[in-house]
Design a protein around this ligand. Sequence first.
Ligand SMILES: [Zn+2]
Ligand SMILES: [Zn+2]
Length: 127
Amino acid sequence: MTDNVPVRCPACRREQSFTPPAFPCACGAPVTLPVLRDGSPEELGHRTWENLWVAVDCPACGRQGHWPRPELGCDCGAVVRVPVAAAPPRPARARLPGPAARRPGARPSGRSRSVPRGTRSPPPRSI
Ligand SMILES: [Zn+2]
Ligand SMILES: [Zn+2]
C-alpha cells in the first residue's frame, strides 16, 4: 500500500527509491509520512530541533503527532532529508496524551529564555 517515492540525492544526483516510513498513532492507526514527490531533498548538514521533527495529522483520528523527519542514506555517503508535507500548525486547544507528547531529548534551550516582563520591583520599604 505504501508507494515508494523517488528521491534525488542533491549531492550525486542519483535517484533513490524511498519508502515513506509509517508510525503508529495513539489511536492505533498507522500514520504514513506524506513524502513530497516534487519536493526538493536537501543534504542534511546538521540536525536542529526544527528540522528533526515534522507534524503530521493522523488520517484516522485527526490527531497531530510529531514524528522524526525521514532521512535517506545515499550510496555516496550523503544523508538526504526527504521533504514531507507537514501539517499546518493548529491551535493547541486540546492536548491529548499520546506517544507524540513524549518528546525524547526535550530540554530547555537557551532560546526559551524570555525577558522578564514585570521588572518593576516593589520599592524598598524603610521603617
Ligand atoms: Zn548521493
Ligand atoms: Zn490516530
